[in-house]
Design a binder for this molecule. Structure first.
Ligand SMILES: [Zn+2]
Length: 284
């Protein structure tokens, strides 16, 4: 482990197919080559990437939105696929090394990887030494939604396993609109997608990066503001999105998407028509 090096990398779990009833399954990426001719994709399901973020900075290790936790359960039949843990291993990081887990919001497809089920069928923290952080408005809202089992393409709240982390006092529920997690790493409340949704800003000297959570889930949502189906408050989502993207393009920031299939990150800029575009990342 290189403790003084700054690393910002996506820990891709791969491609998933999300169905209208809220279920999902791992998807063969070759289907994306002919997605336009695939009759079920787009009609009954949508294809999404799941890309947690790793930040290694000033000797601390942070994971943002640890994914579906695919294959983490001791008796999982998906052992041979990539997960947040196998991906951390590429960077020689063990789950025990993670100091903080920041959650942009508490939808199942963003938090399931916080826990796994061990050999004794016990729910266990995936990152045993980490503090799990999220906004108080998100927690309050999630608790009101637990009986709302309306199918939402993987985007429902299911805190059954997550409650264990709260009971074990592994969480830090913050109330401020901007919350400094560590020097250079800030959680910024945006609302919109959910009432307590936050994004994460990472700043190393003049180099700025943002992890957009579900405020801007993919590159296709950069100039696409009407997301009434997936945002709890689409007016607030639009407002927050506009102001963050304007700021980020002034800062020539790199932005990271959680659900992209193709362009998972890039430097944000505006073209002559003021449309937001993605440029190649350079500062790596
Ligand atoms: Zn979501």
């Amino acid at each position: 482990m290189f403790s003084n090096r700054t690393v910002i990398e996506q820990l891709s779990e791969g491609f998933f197919e999300f169905f209208q009833d809220g279920s999902f399954k791992k998807m063969d990426p070759s289907r994306l080559d002919n997605a336009a001719e695939d009759p079920s994709l787009g009609k009954y399901s949508s294809a999404l990437g799941i890309d947690p973020l790793l930040i290694q900075m000033n000797g601390k290790i942070v994971v943002v939105d640890p994914g579906l936790g695919w294959g983490l359960d001791s008796r999982s039949s998906y052992k041979d696929t990539s997960s947040v843990v196998t991906n951390l291993d590429i960077f020689e990081i063990a789950p025990e090394d993670v100091d903080f887990v920041i959650l942009t919001h508490l939808h199942y497809d963003h938090i399931a990887g916080c826990t796994y089920v061990n050999d004794q069928f016990e729910t266990t923290a995936t990152f045993p030494n980490a503090t799990y952080l999220f906004h108080k408005d998100e927690w309050d809202y999630a608790l009101t939604q637990l009986n709302n089992r309306q199918p939402q393409r993987g985007a429902a709240y299911n805190l059954d396993e997550f409650f264990k982390l709260v009971a074990e006092k592994r969480v830090d529920i913050f109330d401020a609109d901007t919350y400094s997690v560590l020097p250079g790493i800030t959680a910024i409340k945006t609302g919109g997608h959910t009432p307590g949704h936050t994004i994460v800003k990472i700043q190393q000297k003049e180099i700025v990066s943002y992890f957009m959570g579900d405020l801007i889930p993919t590159e296709h949502h950069l100039n696409h503001y009407a997301m009434k189906l997936i945002d709890s408050d689409s007016v607030q989502a639009k407002k927050a999105k506009k102001s963050i993207l304007n700021k980020a393009s002034d800062e020539k920031a790199t932005i990271f998407f959680y659900h992209s299939l193709f362009h998972k990150s890039g430097v944000i800029a505006q073209d002559k028509m003021k449309k937001f575009i993605l440029l190649e990342r350079k500062n790596r």
